[in-house]
Ligand binder design. Structure first.
Ligand code: NAP
Ligand code: ZN
Ligand code: ZN
Length: 349
């Protein structure tokens, strides 16, 4: 028997999010039931709530940066006990047998079940995310949160953290390399922190001149105002690697020109409209343009443990659940310092 739970949902692409009630499945033998304490607000939540990716089913409940406490476990659960502080990120299941799943890259599994916007096989209904009082997830897709980190500031690690950590690790970013991070929002500020922690020379590109001091405080060595052509030109052909976290359509070609020969730009931002690519900046210096999706379960746990060891969390602004629509408007104005996190106690009272 499913049980009901308080949540916030959008009922159409143009309606604000509002209070609602959702169904969660009763925990099966392998499930963990979680009381959600905090949920980060990712720009993907906004893209999804407003159907900018054209697959949203309504009512839509976003949220995939979830931290909470285990309140019940199924009879077969071995990894967690009641009371544990746990995290849930962008996906809650996968096939577990395909080549991607077998090497811990569940995010690339053709049957990956997203935390919201997929189908819950147990309820045969759309999955609904972390803007809710609780969630039920199979234990293999639940992460352990480091005890020394603030649970609210650690919530954004579940998406913004792993999404930047994974490509920086995959492309072996480290000492002696000049690395660019484009956009100082939720992903961007974590990208700056990780690139710095991995020993690279970090350059932050921003369209917001007012963020320069914060960028340096967060770990950037240099800040470039990307609308200034002279500042951009001064960095031509000099980067080993660039991570682009911009949530809107923008001129990506300007960044290809900043890469060295054979260097790579990884796109993380997922605007609803295509980005025009000019051939020559890629062709003439054999540059690469690629993408990356969050990170698999083993790497997400590795990232959380790395953050625990090095005391890395997100810089957060706490909000109440009923401030979510205001938070979305601020996110659209690039006015987030640097991740909104919902205190889920505000939904439960
Ligand atoms: P965010 O907090 O809103 O940050 C995006 C930043 O991009 C802004 O703070 C701003 O930085 C810059 N920006 C925004 N509009 C711009 C424009 N028109 N031109 C140039 N720069 C602009 O968003 P987020 O949560 O970090 O997410 C960023 C994107 O990544 C979203 O599209 C999201 O869906 C996507 N995403 C992808 C993955 C993945 O696995 N690949 C995972 C999570 C999120 P400045 O003020 O510094 O310019
Ligand atoms: Zn996200
Ligand atoms: Zn699979």
């Amino acid at each position: 028997m499913p049980y009901s739970c308080k949540a916030y949902s959008a009922t159409s692409a143009t309606s604000p999010l509002a209070a609602t009630t959702i169904s969660r499945r009763e925990p099966t033998a392998s499930d963990v039931q979680i009381d959600i304490l905090y949920c980060g607000v990712c720009h993907s939540d906004l893209h999804f709530a407003r159907n900018e990716w054209h697959f949203t089913q309504y009512p839509a409940v976003p949220g995939h940066e979830i931290v909470g406490r285990v309140t019940a476990i199924g009879s077969g659960v071995r990894k967690f006990k009641v009371g544990d502080l746990v995290g849930v990120g962008c996906f809650v299941d996968s096939c577990r047998t395909c080549p991607d799943c077998r090497i811990g890259l569940e995010q690339y599994c053709p049957e990956m079940v997203m935390t919201y916007g997929s189908t819950d096989k147990h309820l045969n209904a759309p999955t609904v995310g972390g803007y809710s009082a609780g969630i039920v997830v199979t234990e293999d897709f639940v992460l352990r949160m480091p005890a020394n980190l603030s649970p609210s500031a650690a919530a954004p690690l579940l998406c913004a953290g792993i999404t930047t950590y994974s490509p920086l690790r995959h492309w072996k970013v480290g000492p002696g390399q000049k690395v660019g991070i484009v956009g100082l929002g939720g992903l961007g500020h974590m990208g700056v922190k990780f690139a710095r922690a991995f020993g690279a020379h970090v350059v932050l590109f921003t369209t917001s001149p007012g963020k320069a001091a914060d960028a340096l405080r967060l770990g950037a060595h240099e800040v470039v105002f990307s609308k200034d052509e002279a500042q951009m030109a001064a960095h031509a052909n000099s980067f080993d690697f660039i991570l682009d976290t911009v949530a809107a359509t923008h001129d990506i070609n300007a960044y290809f020109n900043l890469l060295k020969r054979d260097a790579n730009l990884v796109l993380l931002g997922a605007p609803g409209k295509p980005l025009p690519v000019a051939p020559f900046p890629l062709i003439f210096r054999r540059r690469s343009f690629s993408g990356s999706l969050v990170g698999g379960l083993p790497e997400t746990q590795e990232m959380l443990d790395f953050c625990g060891k090095h005391n890395i969390t997100s810089d957060v602004e706490m909000i109440r659940m009923d401030q979510i629509n205001e938070a979305y408007e601020r996110m659209l104005k690039s006015d987030v310092k640097y991740r909104f996190v919902i205190d889920m106690a505000s939904l439960k009272t």
